[in-house]
Design a protein around this ligand. Sequence first.
Ligand code: MN
Length: 474
Amino acid sequence: MSTYAILGCGSVGHAVAEELVAEDKDVLIIDEDESRVGALRDQDLDARQGNIEEESIAKEVAGRDVILILSSDVEANTRAIENLRSHGEDQFIVARASDPVSGDALTEASADVVINPSAVIADSALRALETGELEYKTRQLADVIETTEERMAIRIHRSPDPDSIASAAALQSIARSRDVEADIIYDGEIGHQENRAFVNLLGIELTSVDGIDLTGYDTVALVDHAKSGEPESEEGADVIIDHFEHEHEHSATFTDIRPNLSATSTILTKYIQELDLSLEQEVATALLYGIRAETLDFKRDTTPADLTAAAYLYPFADHDTLEQVESPSMSAETLDVLAEAIRNREVEGSHLVSNAGFIHDRDALTQAAQHLLNLEGITTTAVFAIADDTIYLAARSKDIRMDIGKVLADAFGDIGETAGHSTDASVEIPLGIFTGIEVSKDNRETLLELTEEAVKKKLFEAMGVESSDGGNGS
Ligand SMILES: [Mn+2]
């Protein structure tokens, strides 16, 4: 364990000595002021009287690993370093400066670390200010949200990206914690397969601005709303949170615009942290993805605050889902199929059956069945779709009492070709045989509708549960 010496004590040295002793460290203190030495000894500290500029001091502290030279006299500190260094021991020396210029002299005298008190104080003052400001802003934000009597509208930029959507989902979750219902309202389209997958996989509900009545919302928040090259909304808003400056002067009650951060998701993460909200997995996953997408995986304009926010979110996020959203091995079609399968899912007990519509790539079905098995409370999944004139169905089970291969054989063995085993099975059924109707280009939609209820009913029956929808649709 390292041993310490403090040369030139003063109030700073005294505080450091107390900290070190509290950690059971061996500390020797040398100070010129006799009454201070007496006071230190009364506290059971190992203190000796001496002038830190004297050469003899070097001998006295020889063998100590770390020397802290903390007197307020920079010249005395410099000479103390020179004495120590000429004594030939390679001790780790920390020295106190009074300003940047005197700091240079100490570095030249080969101190290992130079402390500039004014910089240290400025630093901690800024940190205190930051925490204080966040506390204050958080209270303000909560106050504005709580004035909502009807509903809150959270508006995001046109054709929203993951940062917008995640930030909005986070604000919605904050509102919910305040018993305020909020809708996320977007304009344009959710472009990019990845963005659609992101929204669908996380189950984030978005409302298109088209055809909705905005007068029902008594609180309006613009979140990640500014977008370069896009005309900005000039409507009034109560809350504005963004990492881009807004062109228009808004007279919002609450404004938090921080161009020094890379993502609005980072700002929302700070609020969630400050509110100590129990973070829902979907929101944490969304925010983490929002920050990663906006910083191109921490490669573009990333600030320490973005990284701190990401580190905070990391343990709450669903990394399987993140991987699925990002995974380049998952084709655009697979993401679409998965989204469709999630939307159309019907759950009876722990069994899930879903229709994924029309597909080209049968592998997408298998991946969808596998993914759906991750949903909470689900032990068996079956996803079916139509490709050309065939119904394809992929099923998975992690319920050891269920042999999914046998379930499919029981349900469709007489009309289709089944394959697989107890945990993983599939079946192909010619659409014409299943429906008794000849397949043509124009009747595929109708056939899918006819098929859907019948397939679901047969499956649930074979699994030993009744489909609540009843009816076989044919
Ligand atoms: Mn953004």
